[in-house]
Ligand binder design. Structure first.
Ligand SMILES: *Cc1c(COP(=O)(O)O)cnc(C)c1O
Length: 377
């Protein structure tokens, strides 16, 4: 049976990228690597829509976020962090470990934070040096109006706008420079369509200036060092060469499609999938749906264990479950990265088969028809 990964990281890797990563290794202190690294830099700037440097670090997305905290801030600094799900929660806990005073703005899971809530927190804490936002909260399939919120932060304070873009870069519209973002992180195993192990970090000039003031201890994640190396298309430590070759191939694919087309494709896939799922009578979880992942309430009487196992054994489909208090209550299906229209039709077909096996009554083909109808619109 064909294996079909519908999880929000890792995501499926296109054949072109797999082949590229199977090629013999090149050495990272040689000109052929530097040429590739330069091309990656150019294309990463295009992906983030920025003229500023975008670093690649050998670590998962979480390591990229840690790099932000230890480079932009100092112990005793105050920041504001939004917690509206599993990852937002992590961005409240992590800076506290480093002695950063973190003001938590909580949002119910499935709701998007409002710019007014951020402005309120900033007026209560005018000394805040940063605001940490999750563009697409993968645990709840919820996205925020980043352009608006970044604008509100800029208008009301000097705080750096720091973004977890791990499941949004390469899916959601994101314009680093024109939206006034200061730091944005993504991970390789999401919209970039390659295996886990790389984080990319875009940094504004304000962020780079803040780094010079930071007294936080760091060594491996010293971004000033990485920025200096980048000037000669180099890295301070041995990079994940194979993953960078994959990244080079992935960025070529994104460039070929066009980043705006990539964003539009994600919009189209997400909305067709929502139409298909809704036509089967299932309820969507998020009040502000992300285009990267769609969480859906499991119907009454259908257990997560039976549902996920039937999906796997009957259709070869791997999906993600709920996290935190929604474990066993929702399932999450990703359409992040290497996905097309037929993948959505196939997923809804698998969903129909699985629900029927689990005893949920439905008219076979009704979800598939609604998914197709959405694409015909
Ligand atoms: C996947 C994900 C992370 C965690 O990234 P790792 O690569 O697992 O460290 C953080 N934030 C969001 C929004 C994610 O989707």
């Amino acid at each position: 049976m064909k294996k079909r990964l519908f999880t929000p990281g890792p995501t499926p890797v296109p054949e072109e990228i797999l082949l590229r990563m199977a090629a013999p290794l090149i050495h990272h202190r040689h000109p052929e690597f530097r040429a590739m690294f330069r091309r990656i830099q150019t294309n990463l700037r295009y992906l983030f829509q920025t003229d500023q440097p975008v670093l690649t670090l050998t670590c998962s997305g979480t390591g990229g976020m840690e790099a932000l905290f230890v480079n932009l801030f100092s112990p005793g600094d105050t920041i504001v962090a939004v917690n509206g799900g599993k990852f937002g929660e992590r961005w409240v806990q992590m800076p506290r470990v480093f002695g950063i005073t973190t003001v938590e703005v909580t949002v119910p899971w499935g709701d998007a934070v409002d710019s007014a809530q951020i402005v309120e927190a900033l007026s209560a804490h005018p000394d805040a040096k940063g605001v940490v936002l999750t563009h697409s909260e993968t645990s709840t399939g919820t996205s925020i109006d980043l352009e608006r919120i970044a604008g509100a932060v800029r208008a009301n304070s000097g705080a750096l706008v720091c973004v977890d873009g791990i499941s949004s870069v390469g899916a959601h519209e994101l314009r680093f420079d024109s939206w006034g973002i200061d730091a944005c992180v993504t991970g390789s195993q999401k919209g970039l369509m390659i295996p886990p192990g790389l984080a990319c970090v875009a940094l504004s000039s304000r962020a780079r200036e803040a780094m010079a003031q930071s007294t936080m201890p760091k060594f491996y994640f010293d971004l000033q060092r990485a920025l200096r190396a980048l000037e000669t298309d180099d890295t301070p430590w041995t990079p994940a060469i194979t993953l960078l070759a994959g990244l080079d191939a992935a960025l070529a694919l994104i460039r070929e499609e066009g980043v705006e087309n990539v964003w539009n494709r994600h919009r189209r896939l997400a909305s067709a999938l929502r139409a298909g799922v809704s036509a089967l009578g299932l309820k969507l979880f998020s009040r502000a749906p992300s285009v990267a992942v769609t969480p859906v309430w499991l119907p009454d009487g259908v257990s997560w264990k039976e549902f996920s196992e039937t999906m796997k054994t009957g259709s070869g489909v791997t999906i993600a479950g709920g996290q935190g208090e929604f474990t066993g209550k929702i399932f999450r299906v990703a359409h992040l990265g290497y996905f097309d229209n037929l993948d959505m039709v196939a997923f809804v077909a698998a969903l129909e088969l699985t629900l029927q096996t689990c005893g949920y009554p439905l008219i076979a083909g009704s979800g598939v028809a609604a998914t197709q109808a959405a694409f015909m619109k």
